[in-house]
Design a protein around this ligand. Structure first.
Ligand code: P53
Length: 474
């Protein structure tokens, strides 16, 4: 079976990496605004360096980003020209509830997204909306401690009720939390958590995880009640772990690493906490802060589909000395069989097919690839043209592997959205120079540039891929 006729081809962005206009339209300050570019970025992202406001001497790329806020018509027009069937984007929570805990939403924020969705619909593009993509109103962090606090479930429920009601009929595809497993590493970004001195980190992280999982189940419940047409998915930062060798200790290590990530999706898709997690909690003297009704809520409100990002596979070793990842999110052992991108991300198209099989075997629910792509430096030639053959090669190989997973392994797949169809700010590094786009944006790592958009060579290539429903990859 080839890809389905209504296969959702498109691209994916996140509010904090493209919108900018951080202080316009009544928007409140968010965690993502105060994450700087530069050497301290990771410490802030991971919750190890407290930066709750702008500080002198730092550059904050999310403030303006690529100014999608004022360019969205032009940008959506370009997506439409490529033939996008879907556009994955996210809502900035603090545009809708600037502080996070208000009773009434901010109409200007609601109107902005309504305009964006209408613009998509006019162009025949189905919006795919991430409810939270690494963002949290700053006030919910300073006054409540972020997702450590159960109160955030209530505020999130308020947010989703507002969104499902207001955008009923305009939006049918929703994701509850972007890369929910990232909260274990990028805790400030994924859960608004900055660690206190001496804090029991295990307890804090899995408490926050429980709260997000409960919030996610509420979103499924409320979304289905408001519009039974809604399809609501979870979102995993995927990329299966391979054992470094066939040594049983390596295989076991890979299985354990995979469990750390599957944990979230096991709860969201199967509706119960898996045994391996319960045992790990016991060993750490952690009790899940269940409240009355939580278990039934999780069980009765599992997701409709499994979405995930895939950039690379990963490797685990049973030998602790080998596992000396540098503390970033792609940590793990180097795979000697693979080439890497300019940022050291190893390139493994077959790994996408393997990951798809792993996820489909495990959950038996439709999959949706909502991020995939190559971050690379693009250098315009003397005519200003960008021949990004490296990007085309990466995407071609991954789309090929994805098709094989569908055609030869029988996997049900709803769609494929490349990360950053238009250049945007990197989540990991805060750089503009780590580019993923088919569309070039004239802006540099210090925020200089005209913001002018222009097409790269890959633009016409992707257009052809979509027009042929993935048959023509040349
Ligand atoms: P950047 C790390 C590992 C895997 C996925 O990442 C990740 C990250 C965070 O850096 O995040 C996703 O921009 C995320 C996007 C992000 C994209 O991958 O560091 O959902 O927000 O931009 C690519 O190259």
């Amino acid at each position: 079976m080839p890809l389905r006729k209504d296969f959702l081809w498109g691209g994916a962005t996140a509010a904090n990496q493209c919108e900018g206009a951080f202080d316009e339209g009544g928007r409140g300050l968010a965690n993502v605004d105060v994450i700087p570019h530069g050497p301290e970025r990771w410490a802030v992202v991971s919750g190890n360096r407290r930066m709750f406001d702008f500080e002198d001497g730092y550059y904050y790329p999310a403030k303006q980003a690529i100014d999608f806020y004022h360019h969205y018509k032009e940008d959506i027009q370009l997506f439409a020209e490529m033939g996008f069937k879907t556009y994955r984007m996210s809502i900035a929570w603090s545009r809708i509830y600037p502080q996070g805990d208000e009773e009434q939403p901010n109409e200007e924020g609601l109107r902005f997204y309504e305009d964006v969705f209408k613009e998509c619909r006019k162009a025949g593009i189905e919006p795919l909306v991430t409810i939270t993509h690494f963002d949290c109103p700053m006030h919910l962090i300073t006054a409540y401690g972020g997702w450590r606090n159960r109160k955030l479930v209530e505020f999130y429920k308020r947010l989703v009720t507002t969104l499902f009601t207001r955008y009923k009929g305009l939006v049918h595809y929703w994701l509850t939390f972007n890369e929910i497993n990232v909260l274990l590493h990028g805790s400030f970004m994924g859960a608004g958590i900055c660690f206190e001195e001496g804090e029991d980190r295990f307890r804090t992280l899995y408490t926050a995880a429980h709260h997000e999982l409960i919030a996610s189940a509420w979103a499924v419940k409320i979304g289905h009640e408001i519009d039974p047409e809604n399809k609501i998915g979870c979102m995993l930062a995927a990329g299966s772990y391979y054992p470094y060798s066939c040594k049983p200790e390596d295989v076991f290590a890979a299985q354990r690493e995979n469990h750390k990530n599957y944990f979230f999706i096991d709860v969201q898709s199967r509706g119960t906490y898996p045994g391996y997690a319960l045992k790990e909690f016991e060993r750490n003297h952690f009790e899940i802060p269940f409240e009355e009704g939580d278990q039934a809520l999780l069980k009765e409100n599992t997701v409709d589909f499994i979405s995930f990002s895939y950039y690379s596979s990963r490797v685990a070793s049973g030998d602790p000395a080998q596992n000396d990842g540098e503390g970033n999110m792609m940590k793990g052992v180097k795979n000697p069989y693979l080439e890497a991108s300019q940022w050291g991300w190893q390139i493994d198209p077959l790994g996408l097919r393997i990951t798809m099989n792993d996820l489909y075997d495990r959950y038996q629910k439709p999959l949706f690839i909502v991020e995939n792509g190559l971050g690379a430096v693009d250098i315009p030639d003397e005519n200003g043209e960008i021949d990004d053959d490296y990007r085309i090669a990466y995407l071609r190989a991954h789309i090929q592997a994805m098709k094989e997973a569908v055609e030869q392994d029988g996997i049900e797949l709803l769609g494929y959205t490349t990360w950053g169809p238009i250049d945007l700010v990197s989540a990991g590094t805060g750089e503009m120079s780590k580019r993923y786009g088919f569309i070039y944006v004239d802006r540099d790592d210090q925020g200089q540039g005209t913001l002018k958009r222009s097409k790269k060579k890959s633009f016409d290539w992707y257009k052809k891929v979509i027009a042929s429903n993935g048959e023509d990859l040349d």
